[in-house]
Ligand binder design. Structure first.
Ligand SMILES: [Zn+2]
Length: 307
């Protein structure tokens, strides 16, 4: 009886995972450079947490993976898709920051023997935020979260590190607090492809989980990176560089200017967040899901500026 119930269930689950693996798109955006476009949505059971863009860079002797997705199932689909493209060993798993949609898939890569790499602040961020993430995402993703194991990096980046994939070097750069306090970018020198992680949002409204002023400053510094294309953390899988920064810069600018003006005239937080940055609404998806939080955090940060 039990078997009769479990059999079809296992079959249905296996079919679901198989369809995810088949549906997992991985596009070669430059020779040896692959990108996967996540959905512009919130993480859920239905989308397997597949909402962030992921990538891989293939050298002569090794592969580096950039972010692993929002669930073990998504990570496994990524591994399978990658193995169809290249038989080379996966040597590095780079996590661009601590957010669950970028790291919950890490566990799928543990068996590859790859080295996990992250910002010097990532181990602490994982220790502080990890348990909370597992608890809160269990509500929206259910059993998918039970399979997640948080894996901290064993190789951390203090400011800048170059990794050699065999005839192909990639430069990892650790940034000051901006989108988060553990943002790392990856630049493939050979193709001029920048993996920006969540230091760049396209279409998906930017999220400020670190510092509004830090994010604004880092956007200007990013502009100097000698890349020709970028893979943002969210939105289209690939975009021209550095023009791709412009919309996000405008959002952060408008929000900052409105908050400063409100603070200068003595508005309260509750009053300010109703209007600050609202003119940006038509330009972004998921605006309602994140904008008020951005404005609230920004207000608290700017309130302490010298007048
Ligand atoms: Zn993020």
């Amino acid at each position: 009886m039990l078997q009769r119930t479990i059999g079809p269930l296992v079959f249905a689950l296996a079919a679901l995972f198989a369809s995810l693996a088949q549906a997992f798109d991985l596009t070669e955006i430059a020779p040896g450079v692959f990108a996967h476009q996540g959905q512009t949505a919130l993480m859920s059971r239905d989308n397997f947490g597949d909402i962030a863009n992921l990538g891989a860079i293939v050298g002569e002797t090794a592969i580096a993976v950039i972010d692993t997705g929002g669930s073990r199932a998504e990570g496994e689909a990524f591994v399978a898709a990658l193995q169809q493209r290249s038989a080379k060993p996966i040597r590095y798993i780079v996590n661009t920051h601590v957010h669950p949609d970028h790291i919950f898939g890490n566990i799928a890569f543990r068996g590859t023997g790859a080295v996990f790499v992250g910002h010097k602040n990532l181990p602490r961020a994982l220790a502080v935020r990890g348990p909370h993430y597992l608890a809160s995402f269990r509500e929206t993703m259910g059993a998918l979260v039970d399979e997640v194991v948080l894996i901290p990096p064993s190789l951390t980046v203090e400011s800048e590190t170059t990794l050699d994939l065999g005839g192909r070097k990639i430069v990892l750069k650790a940034w000051r607090t901006a989108h988060s306090d553990a943002d790392l970018t990856v630049l493939d020198l050979q193709s001029g492809t920048l993996f920006a992680g969540d230091l760049l949002f396209l279409r998906h409204v930017p999220i400020v989980d670190g510092s509004l002023l830090g994010f604004l400053a880092v956007v200007d510094e990013l502009r100097a990176i000698p890349a020709v294309r970028v893979v943002p953390g969210h939105g289209p899988a690939v975009a021209p560089w550095p023009q791709a920064l412009d919309a996000q810069k405008a959002y952060l600018d408008h929000l900052t200017r409105d908050l400063r003006a409100d603070i200068a005239k003595g508005a309260t937080l509750a009053e300010s967040v109703k209007t600050a940055g609202r003119r940006e609404e038509p330009n972004w998806l998921l605006f309602e899901d994140y904008h008020t939080r951005n404005a609230t955090a920004g207000f608290a940060e700017l309130e302490w500026e010298a007048p």
